[in-house]
Write a protein of this length. Structure first.
Length: 266
C-alpha cells in the first residue's frame, strides 16, 4: 500500500488483514442442509451495512487516468479485484460474471471496476501481470485481459512468445514499446504496489474483491455480486441524500399568530 495513504487507513490495516481470510471461509463454506443460496447473499440482502468496513473503502483509487479501471471515477460503487492471470477461478469470473456486471452496472454509471495485479503463481504470473500493465499504457489493458482469460489461455502458459501473441491479439499498437515496458521498472513497481496492497488486506488466494468496503473471496455466484453492488449503491445514495430539517428549523408558529414583519421592532 502506498505510504501516502492517510494514517487512519494505515492504522486500520491490522484489523483489515484478517478480513479476507475470515470471509474466504464464510463465502466458500458449504451451505447448511436445507439452506437456500449462499450465506453471503443472505447477509447482503438482510442488512446492506453488514460486513462493510469503512477503512477498506479508502483502497479505491478513483483515479480517472487509471488505465486498469473501467467506469466513472465518481461512480457510487467501486469493485476492486485482486487477481492472477494464471488463476482458473479468476478466468471464470472474467468470462462468466464480469461482462454481466459491466453491461448492467458499469455502462449506466453505477459501478467502477479497478483491477489489481496479484500474481501468486510464480514467474509467469509476474511476467503476464507486468505485460497487462504495459498493454494498459497503450490503452489496451481490458483487451489484453480478455485475451489472457479466454477459455484455454492459461493452459498455453505465459512465456515470452505467448505474451507477445496475446498483445497482438489485444491490438497493442507498438510491440517494441510493449516489450520494453513489460520489463521496465515502472511495470515492476506498479505490480509490486498492487501485491503489497493485497497482502496487507490478508488476501491469500485469488480472486479476492472489495466492493465499497465489503470483502468477497472467490468467484462467487453472480447473485452475490449483484446483490452486493445494489446494496452498496443504495447505501451510497442514502448517504448523499439531504437530511430533513428538524421540526424546530422548519415549523411555522403553532399559535396561529402571524410572523413579525420587518417593521415590528420599530
Amino acid at each position: 500500500m502506498s505510504r501516502s495513504k492517510p494514517i487512519a487507513v494505515v492504522s486500520g490495516v491490522a484489523v483489515a488483514a484478517v478480513l479476507l481470510g475470515v470471509v474466504s471461509y464464510t463465502a466458500t463454506k458449504p451451505a447448511s442442509p436445507g439452506a437456500a443460496g449462499s450465506s453471503s447473499v443472505a447477509e447482503v440482502s438482510a442488512d446492506p451495512s453488514a460486513g462493510v468496513y469503512a477503512e477498506l473503502e479508502a483502497y479505491a483509487r478513483r483515479d480517472a487516468s487509471d488505465k486498469l479501471a473501467l467506469g466513472r471515477a465518481d461512480a457510487p460503487v467501486v469493485l476492486i479485484e485482486y487477481a492472477d492471470f494464471k488463476c482458473g477461478y479468476c478466468g471464470k469470473f472474467a468470462r462468466d460474471t464480469e461482462p454481466v456486471l459491466i453491461e448492467k452496472y458499469v455502462d449506466n454509471g453505477t459501478l467502477r471496476i479497478e483491477w489489481r495485479n496479484f500474481p501468486i503463481f510464480g514467474e509467469e504470473s509476474e511476467a503476464v501481470a507486468r505485460a497487462s500493465w504495459a498493454a494498459g499504457q497503450q490503452g489496451r489493458f481490458w483487451e489484453f485481459h480478455k485475451a489472457a482469460y479466454a477459455e484455454g489461455a492459461k493452459e498455453k502458459g505465459f512465456g515470452k512468445d505467448r505474451i507477445a501473441a496475446l498483445a497482438k491479439e489485444a491490438g497493442v499498437p507498438d510491440a517494441a514499446r510493449f516489450a520494453k515496458d513489460s520489463e521496465g521498472a515502472a511495470a515492476r513497481a506498479a505490480v509490486s504496489a498492487d501485491q503489497e496492497q493485497g497482502y496487507s488486506l490478508g488476501a491469500t488466494s485469488t480472486p479476492s474483491f472489495l466492493i465499497n468496503g465489503r470483502p468477497i473471496a472467490g468467484a462467487q455466484p453472480l447473485e452475490t455480486f449483484t446483490e452486493t453492488i445494489e446494496a452498496a449503491a443504495k447505501a451510497a445514495k442514502s448517504a448523499k441524500a439531504p437530511k430533513a430539517p428538524k421540526p424546530s428549523e422548519s415549523a411555522e408558529p403553532s399559535d396561529g399568530a402571524a410572523k413579525p414583519g420587518p417593521d415590528a421592532a420599530r
